[in-house]
Design a binder for this molecule. Structure first.
Ligand code: KPL
Length: 297
């Protein structure tokens, strides 16, 4: 019998991974935040995806029972509170995967669980939930996973499910590349409330994006991280073009009055910039602007 995976963060990516893990033969338990959500779950006792029901369990954080395999898919800003609610249940030598946008939480979780096997992950899969536990896998991408410190051989077991996964021995660099693109696109689209493609059509937006990219590159260099082969602005423009009709996750969070991941994206960059004494005035300006929007949430 395969050991169960607990999933903390039952948003679209958490639900997608729940289905993936079920398809790979694992028992899965979603850790839900409220009794109301649990009551909703209990009406179908699983997740519906492409006319198929992936049967899982669900429980509240205060349930009993040790967690020995944990996937964290919370929004970056909710991670600490959610993690602390189940901290006492996590086995010392647990296997943990942290799959989320931004940076900061990955390191924080590693510090909380010094004896655990903590893997970091980044995905290009896209999914959304038209209804709770009713999932659409909108964009089929791949998920990269890696342990920055050692070989986590057990990751191979995850390849049995339907999602595409890749082992990554440069996971920190991969997360940095994603962070860099998110710094370039997300705050601008959130501030100007525009689609990703607008950033390359309007010269004013493009010049702001170029400035953000120069600052991000300077911080990455100071931190000893090699980003892309070519200049970051070229990659950011490619992503904006490829996703031109899309609204970035941060733009959508602002539009729906939800807290954004700005602290884990631009906030993380600015904190590091301070540490290395690298000036990042443009990023700092957008960080302040988005944080100001939070005051109205
Ligand atoms: O990852 C993204 C997001 O919306 O969060 C993209 C579309 C790549 C923009 O940064």
């Amino acid at each position: 019998m395969n050991t169960a995976w607990h999933i903390l963060g039952a948003g679209s990516i958490g639900n997608l991974w729940a289905c993936h893990l079920v398809s790979a033969g694992f028992p899965v338990t979603l850790v839900l935040r409220t009794q109301a959500k649990l009551d909703l779950f209990n009406q179908q006792k699983g997740i519906r995806l492409k006319d198929k029901l992936y049967t899982t369990e669900a429980e509240l954080a205060e349930s009993k029972g040790t967690i020995s395999q944990l996937l964290v898919t919370t929004k970056a800003q909710s991670t600490q509170k959610a993690f602390n609610s189940i901290r006492h249940r996590i086995a010392d030598k647990a296997r943990v995967i942290v799959l989320q946008n931004g940076m900061g939480s990955q390191q924080w979780i590693k510090e909380q669980l010094p004896d655990a096997d903590v893997v970091w992950a980044s995905t290009t899969d896209g999914a959304w939930l038209p209804e709770p536990f009713d999932l659409v896998h909108a964009g089929e991408g791949y998920t990269r996973l890696g342990n920055p410190d050692k070989d986590s051989y057990w990751l191979e077991e995850l390849g049995r499910g339907f999602l595409k996964i890749e082992m990554d021995d440069e996971i920190e660099r991969t997360l940095w590349c994603k962070l860099a693109i998110n710094c370039a696109i997300n705050p601008l689209t959130a501030c100007f409330q525009c689609q990703n493609g607008e950033l390359i059509k309007k010269p004013d937006y493009l010049s702001e994006m170029a400035q953000i990219c120069r600052e991000v590159e300077a911080v990455a260099t100071a931190a000893g991280i090699k980003l892309f082969k070519g200049p970051l602005i070229e990659h950011a423009c490619d992503v904006a073009e490829l996703t031109s009709e899309n609204y970035s996750s941060m733009m959508q969070d602002v539009r729906h009055g939800r807290p954004t991941e700005i602290e884990a994206i631009t906030g993380y960059l600015c904190k590091l910039a301070k540490q290395y004494a690298v000036p990042t005035p443009t990023n700092a300006r957008y960080l302040a602007q988005i944080k100001k929007m939070h005051e109205f949430i």
